[in-house]
Design a protein around this ligand. Structure first.
Ligand code: TRP
Length: 352
């Protein structure tokens, strides 16, 4: 079977470097390896509305921002089909039929949804649409027969939920129509989830602890220089801790040996740098400066490309609409197959 890859993001803000190492880098790798029949990248505006239904401007405005981030990072519209989720109305039909196959208690057990419910302080007033978003995510995936899903590890419960729906559908309707998808996680475990610059578990816009892919050089510098390190590493001579030290966590995610040659030739690799820090005698300023140089090397070409692309937003939307038209045709065909498998393809009964 040829691979069909599908992934996406909610347009609730610009993408940050957690997205970059968590899934953008593996998407670009997959794109360049070319071992697929179709590759879809979806801007999940309908999913974003499940907890932002009263904040349309945020979702609307971020469609362009996320698309710019994708293109600037190197996703190529000649190789990847980009689309906007709400453009594909068929997805809501898939969702509706799948809702019969999932219990309320199953939805309430989803660990990612549980965390989000706590964060958003919904209490007992959980919007039904929000609770059901894992079902709609199963629709996104199966409507295109996608089998590979490059995502960050917080999305694992959604992929698991999708597999359960696939198995349940095929069993209830005695068919083998739907395909069980598999996640693709980053090879480097540090990249599963980058902490915020303040050391908190997750980068989040509301905590103000994100480094955005599009941050200007001066902003990047200021964010790196004010990063959380080891609170007990006060004097340069003090032994330092690399565990839980955000600078070293980011270095684990971004550093390659070539950067030592360029910026810190007195060390060969990250292990040597870590050993020195642990021993004592290596100041935070030096490691921060090193990290800044690396991040700036990675992000500068992206930032520049993004500025160019941002000059012609209509061209970006052209790409999104063209992709949406293409995706709609596929989802429509697959919806007919789904209805046939269920047995509600009434019109075909009367065709000669
Ligand atoms: N849940 C994803 C996020 O929060 C977005 C998303 C929606 C998605 N549908 C998907 C990701 C299907 C992968 C596959 O960013």
């Amino acid at each position: 079977m040829k691979n069909i890859i599908l992934t996406g993001d909610r347009p609730t803000g610009k993408l940050h470097i957690g997205h970059f190492v968590g899934s953008l880098r593996s998407r670009i790798k997959l794109q360049n390896e070319g071992n697929y029949e179709k590759f879809y990248v979806m801007i999940a505006d309908a999913q974003a509305l499940t907890d932002n239904f009263d904040n349309i401007d945020k979702v609307k405005n971020n469609i362009l921002e996320v698309a710019l981030d994708y293109l600037a990072c190197g996703l190529d519209p000649n190789k990847v089909t980009f689309f906007i989720q709400s453009e594909i109305s068929e997805l809501t039909e898939f969702t509706f039929y799948y809702m019969n196959l999932v219990t309320l208690s199953r939805l309430q057990r989803n660990p990612t949804v549980k965390t989000e419910i706590n964060q958003k302080e919904f209490g007992k007033s959980i919007p039904t649409g929000f609770l059901c978003y894992p079902i709609s995510q199963a629709a996104d995936i199966t409507a295109f027969n996608a089998n590979l899903i490059p995502v960050g590890d917080d999305q694992l419960p959604m992929i698991e939920q999708t597999r359960e729906i696939v198995r349940s559908f095929n069993s209830v309707y005695k068919c083998d129509l739907l395909v069980e998808p598999k996640e693709i996680l980053p090879e480097n475990k540090t990249c599963f989830r980058l902490p915020g610059t303040d050391g908190k578990a997750k980068m989040s816009k509301s905590l103000g602890n994100c480094i955005y892919i599009s941050d200007e050089e001066s902003v990047l510098k200021q964010k790196v220089y004010s990063m959380y390190t080891d609170p007990n590493h006060i004097k340069v001579s003090d032994p330092g801790n690399v565990e839980g030290n955000v600078v070293f966590i980011y270095l684990d995610a971004f550093c390659e040996d070539k950067y030592f040659e360029k910026y810190l030739p007195e060390y060969k690799n990250l292990d040597e740098l870590k050993a020195h820090y642990t021993r004592g005698g290596l100041g935070d300023m030096k490691i921060k400066n090193f990290l800044f140089n690396i991040l700036n090397d990675v992000l500068t070409p992206i930032r520049e490309r993004r500025k160019e692309l941002a000059k012609e937003p209509e061209k970006i939307f052209e790409i999104l609409f063209k992709g949406s038209d293409e995706a709609k045709v596929v989802a429509k065909t697959n919806l007919l197959k789904l209805k046939k498998a269920i047995g509600i393809d009434y019109r075909s009964y009367f065709k000669k």
